[in-house]
Design a protein around this ligand. Structure first.
Ligand code: FAD
Length: 332
C-alpha cells in the first residue's frame, strides 16, 4: 500500500522539534515503499537547518512557507500555510506532534479537510499488506486503558503523535542518494486575530520536558525550592530535565511550567525518577507511560510504588545525592 503523507514539521528557534522527526518516521512507515512523504515548514527568514534535517531523514518534498506572519506562532497563519500544503499535496494523511501547537492546529486542519482526527497516538499498528486497517493506539483514562482506533475509508486522516513514543526517522544512508525537493509554498495570509508581542522564558535553558529522555521530578516531599537542587544535580548527570508535581508547584517550590500530570505536561521519557511524590492519580496521568519509573519515597505505602518499576523507600535527601555520586563515579 502506498500513501502520500504530509508532516507538519514543527520547529522552535530554528531547530526541528524531536516530535517532528518522530512524525516523519511514522510518515515513512505509513507511506510505504512507493509512497511519498511531504513536510511543511512554517518559518520567517529561511529554515536551512530544518530543511537539511528533513531531507536527510527521508522527506521526499519539503514545502517552505516563509512569511513575517509565521515569525511567532499565530494559529490563523499556520493553518493557512498547512492548508496551502494540503491543497498542493492532497495527502492521504496529515501528521502533527501532539504538542500545544499540534493540539490546536490538528482539529482545525481536520475540520477544514472534512477529515477524521485521531489525537495523542502512542503507537501505530500497520499490517503493511493491503493497507486496509491501520490501528492508532491512544491512552485513555490517564493511561489506565488504551483504545485502538482506525479511520473509515474514503477520507483523509489527521493524526497527532505523542512526543517520545514513536521512533524518530533515522538519517538515511547518504550513499543511497536520497534527495528531497524543496519548494516554496505560497499562501494567502488571513487576518490574524491575535499577535505575540513578547515571549518570556520561565525555565531557563532546561531541556523540553516533553522531549527529555530522562525526567527527575520532585513533589511536596522536596520541601522547598532549594530542596530541588539535588534533583537538578541528578538530572544533570543523566542529561535529563526536572519536573514537579502540582503539590510542589502549588507550594511555590518550582514553576508551573514544570508541572507534570493531568493539568500539567504529559511526559513519556525512558526514565522517570519521582522524588517525594505520593503518586496521586492526577500526577500519574502525566507520567505513567514512562518506560522505566523509579520512585523514591519514605512512605512504603505511597501509591507511586504501585506504578514504579523500581522503588526506593528512603529519604530523598539521602538517596538522591548517593545516586548522583554513584552515577558520576560510573561515568568518570
Ligand atoms: P503529597 O501528596 O503531599 O506527597 C508528598 C510525598 O512525599 C509523600 O508521599 C511523602 O511520603 C513523601 N515524602 C515527604 N518527605 C520525603 C522525603 N524526605 N523523602 C522521600 N519522600 C518524602 N497533581 C499533579 O502532580 N499534577 C497534576 O497535573 C494535577 N492535576 C490535578 C487536577 C485536579 C483537578 C486535582 C483535583 C488535583 C490535581 N493534582 C495534580 C493534585 C494531586 O491530586 C495531588 O494533590 C498532588 O499530585 C500531590 O503532590 P505531591 O505528591 O507532591 O504531594
Amino acid at each position: 500500500m502506498s500513501r502520500t503523507i504530509l508532516v507538519f514539521a514543527e520547529s522552535r528557534s530554528g531547530s526541528l522539534r524531536r516530535v517532528a522527526l518522530e512524525a516523519l518516521g511514522a510518515a515513512r512507515r505509513l507511506a510505504g515503499k512507493d509512497g511519498e512523504v511531504h513536510a511543511v515548514l512554517a518559518c520567517f527568514g529561511g529554515a536551512a537547518e530544518e530543511v537539511a534535517a528533513l531531507a536527510a531523514r527521508g522527506a521526499d518534498v519539503v514545502h517552505i512557507a516563509d512569511d513575517p506572519s509565521l515569525r511567532a506562532y499565530a494559529p490563523e497563519a499556520y493553518i493557512a500555510a498547512i492548508g496551502a500544503a494540503v491543497a498542493t499535496v492532497r495527502p492521504d494523511a496529515v501528521l502533527l506532534g501532539h504538542t500545544s501547537m499540534g493540539r490546536e492546529l490538528a482539529p482545525r486542519v481536520a475540520a477544514a479537510l472534512g477529515a477524521g482526527h485521531i489525537a495523542d497516538v502512542t503507537a501505530i499498528e500497520d499490517s503493511g499488506d493491503d493497507g486496509g486497517d491501520v490501528g492508532f493506539i491512544r491512552p485513555l483514562y490517564a493511561g489506565k486503558a488504551f483504545e485502538r482506533r482506525s479511520f473509515v475509508p474514503g477520507r483523509p486522516w489527521v493524526v497527532t503523535v505523542r512526543p517520545n513514543n514513536l521512533p524518530a526517522a533515522e538519517p538515511l544512508d547518504a550513499a543511497a542518494g536520497h534527495t528531497a525537493a524543496v519548494k516554496e509554498l505560497p499562501f494567502t495570509v488571513p487576518p490574524l486575530y491575535t499577535a505575540v508581542r513578547g515571549l518570556v522564558r520561565r525555565t531557563s535553558g532546561q531541556l523540553d520536558l516533553a522531549e527529555a529522555d530522562v525526567v527527575v521530578s520532585g513533589g511536596r516531599g522536596v520541601r522547598s525550592a532549594a530542596g530541588f537542587e539535588p534533583l537538578h544535580a541528578l538530572a544533570s548527570v543523566l542529561g535529563g530535565a526536572v519536573g514537579a508535581s502540582r503539590g510542589a508547584c502549588d507550594a511555590g517550590y518550582c514553576d508551573y511550567a514544570q508541572q507534570i500530570g493531568q493539568t500539567g505536561k504529559v511526559v513519556t521519557p525512558q526514565l522517570y525518577i519521582a522524588c517525594g511524590i505520593s503518586g496521586a492519580i492526577q500526577h500519574l496521568a502525566g507520567m505513567s507511560q514512562s518506560r522505566v519509573i523509579v520512585a523514591i519515597n519514605k512512605d512504603p505505602d505511597a501509591p507511586i510504588f504501585g506504578v514504579a518499576d523500581y522503588g526506593i523507600v528512603g529519604d530523598l535527601f539521602e538517596v538522591v545525592p548517593l545516586l548522583t555520586a554513584e552515577l558520576q563515579r560510573a561515568r568518570a
